[in-house]
Every structure is written in C-alpha cells, then in structure tokens.
Design a protein around this ligand. Structure first.
Ligand code: FEO
Length: 397
C-alpha cells in the first residue's frame, strides 16, 4: 500500500513476504524483505530506487495510483544491484526521456547491468539537484556495500535515503520502525550488518563521521530494505557505530560438526569449561544450523572455537562455508581455538588452526585432539581448553 512519508514524498515499494534466500542463496531471510522505492512529487518528479524485477509490474501499478510514470523526470539509482534497479527497464520504457542519476561508479554498473541508452547523470558527493521546493543532495558511499553505492538526501523533508545501509530483511505490513516488534527489528538489522557490511566496518565508521559532519537535519532514514526509521532515526546510526567498532561481547561460540558424536562430546566439554570459567557460550552444529544466524553469534562473541573430526585428510565439508565466511567477513578482535576427533590421519585440528590464522584470529590456547571417542582424560583436556579460553576472554579489557 502506498504510504505518504512526508508532504509529497511516498513509499511506493514492494513487500516480499515469501523470499527465504537472498543474494542468490548466500543469505537467509527468515522474515522476508521489502524493496523500498520512493517517489517525490515536485516541479521535477523524482523516483529514488526501484524494485526487484519480479515485483516490477505490481510496483508500477501502485505508482500509477499517484503519478503517470511518463511524468517522472529523474530516477535516482543509488546502487545497481538488481533488487533496486530491476524495475528500471520497464519504468524507463514509460519515461524514456527521464534522467537516471547515478554515482560515478554507478555510471559503469548501471549500463553494465542493462546495456540501455538511458541518459545518465553521474553525481559526486555534495552535488545538489534542485527539484523545485527542495534539493536532492548526494553522498557517495563506495563499498557500502558496492563500489557504486550512494546515499540521497532530500532537503526540506530532512529525509535520508541510504539505500542498503541501515536496512533489514524484514517484511512487515508496517512501514515505520516504531510500528514493529523492536526485538525482531534489531535481530534483522544486526544480521544484515554482520552478513553484508562487516568487512567494510572501517568505511562505515568514516562514512558516518563524514555524514554527521555535514550537520544535515535528519527526520527520516529510509533505507531500501525493511522499515523506515522515523522514531529517533539516528538510533540505527548509533548502532552502526557500535557494530562497526567490532567490540565483541565476553562470550564464546563453538562451531562444530561430528560424524559419530565424538567431536560433539568434545564441544560440550569445552562449553562446560567456558561456563566454569565464567563465559557464556553457544554451541552450534554447523551441519544443522543456518549459516547466517551462526555468523551473528560469531560477530557477537570474543572467542570462536571450531571443531571437526578429520575426514579424508581434511575437515567435514559442512564447516567450509562458515570457515569461508569467517575469512571473507574479516571479523576483528577475536580469539580462537580448535578441537576434534580422529581415527587415523588426524590433520583436522592443525587445519582449523591454519584456517583461523588465515582469518587473523589468534589462538587463545593449543587445540585438543582426541583419537576415536574421547577418553575421560580427553574430555578433561577439553574442559581445560574451555577454561583457558574463558580466562583469555575475561582478560581482555
Ligand atoms: Fe539491497 Fe546491495 O542490494
């Protein structure tokens, strides 16, 4: 349903209640998502971002309720990823003379996706376009999270449209942050940050400082996914500052897989040691867990312990996507440890330690290896490992 956000400014997006996998199959979206698109009616009519192609026809039908698309003068494409640009081809067929406003890198990525002779206007940080009673102001945000990413600000309404930043994959009948369950909202906002923005955390910090230094009044932050921050809109900016600082909690996460329960028993003994040492933890069976949810636990936790039996001179394959993300997401300020059972060759623990080193996660204690099913002595070594990791977690300032 079209929603008026401010005088002559409308949400005209689409709610995708059903999607459960995003970015192909990279990201789980248990609560669906929205593709937010904004219409500003003024002397020049402006559309900021579109929707994913499967929703384009219903999106255009909604748009037609408040404007003839042929009357759109400017289309701001803050970012070329198809969940925001997918509606461009059908829209531009209806307003072929409209100008598509893009960042400088967007001048490569939009044509790179659509290969159409649209009239593009690249803009840089601080550039303004007057649309009548107000101005659009643009702020480039390269790598937040693509090279082309850009934020658009509307003067007069004090509306920041930061595209993917500050978003959540959260389908809702409501459009504003104060209308939804706060716990769910922040679960989704954090999951989004962890899985998409963590590698760019230092850029997030700098960009927020840069935007705050502009002293632009902000009454609404309208991202391209999820609800719009209306009540205390800067709350999500403060949260991003905290998340970008990557100061994990004094807790631990144990990621493991197991064939015949030996490594599971080791994981639980390590958990006992952590708890005895005063550190709360979660034990996650990688083969059964949602990878993106597990990564949220990793993000929150100071210590990451990884366990696998040795299989075919390597690790159980179910751990590999998590280990790949552990490297790619570039988590900071972690400590780690490895454990696992084996029957004959026994390289698993060493391989995990090498992997943690490649992720720049230093060892808090030497790993524990147990042959066949762990003995009472092996389980005691696991408890000692948990205790040593707990001590290292609590020793950090
Ligand atoms: Fe929501 Fe980068 O796409």
């Amino acid at each position: 349903m079209i929603t008026e956000l401010a005088t002559n400014v409308y949400w005209v997006g689409a709610v995708d209640w059903a999607i459960r996998r995003f970015h192909g199959h990279v990201l789980s979206t248990h609560r669906g998502t929205t593709y937010n698109s904004y219409l500003i009616k003024d002397e020049k009519n402006v559309l900021v971002d579109t929707v994913w192609d499967p929703f384009a026809q219903e999106w255009l039908a909604g748009l037609r309720q408040i404007i003839d698309p042929a009357r759109i003068d400017l289309v701001v494409a803050n970012h070329a990823e198809p969940d925001h640009s997918g509606g461009l081809p059908p829209l531009m067929r209806l307003c072929p003379n409209a100008t598509v406003v893009v960042s400088k890198r967007g001048a490569e990525s939009i044509p790179g996706h659509y290969h159409q002779p649209w009239h593009l206007k690249p803009v840089g940080t601080g550039e303004r376009i007057n649309i009548g009673s107000s101005d659009l102001v643009f702020i480039e945000a390269p790598m937040l999270h693509w090279p082309d990413s850009m934020l658009t600000y509307l003067t007069g309404r004090n509306l920041l449209m930061p595209n993917d930043a500050f978003g959540q994959h959260y389908a809702s009948a409501f459009r504003f942050n104060d209308q939804v369950n706060q716990e769910q909202l922040y679960e989704e906002a954090l999951k989004y940050y962890v899985n998409i923005l963590t590698p760019f955390s230092s850029l997030v910090t700098k960009k927020i400082e840069e935007v705050l230094a502009l002293n632009l009044p902000v009454d609404l932050i309208a991202p391209s996914h999820g609800v719009i921050w209306r009540q205390d809109p800067l709350q999500i900016v403060r949260r991003y500052q905290e998340w970008a600082a990557q100061k994990p909690e004094k807790r631990a996460v144990i990621l493991y897989d197991t064939m015949w329960q030996a490594t599971r028993r080791m994981a639980e003994a390590i958990g006992d040691g952590l708890l005895a040492g005063g550190v709360p933890h979660k034990i996650i069976h990688a083969a059964a867990a949602d990878r993106n949810d597990a990564l949220v636990e990793v993000f929150r936790s100071k210590a990451v312990l990884v366990g696998s039996p040795t299989l075919n001179n390597g690790l159980l394959p179910s751990l590999m996507p998590l280990l790949e993300d552990l490297k790619g997401l570039k988590f900071k300020n972690k400590i780690g440890a490895a454990f696992g059972s084996y029957g004959w060759s026994g390289e698993g623990v060493k391989l995990i330690e090498q992997h943690l080193a490649a992720c720049k996660i230093p060892p808090a204690a030497p790993g524990v290896l147990a042959k066949w099913q762990p003995t009472a002595d092996d389980l005691e070594k696991c408890r000692a490992l948990g205790h040593a990791v707990a001590a290292a977690v609590l020793a950090e300032g």
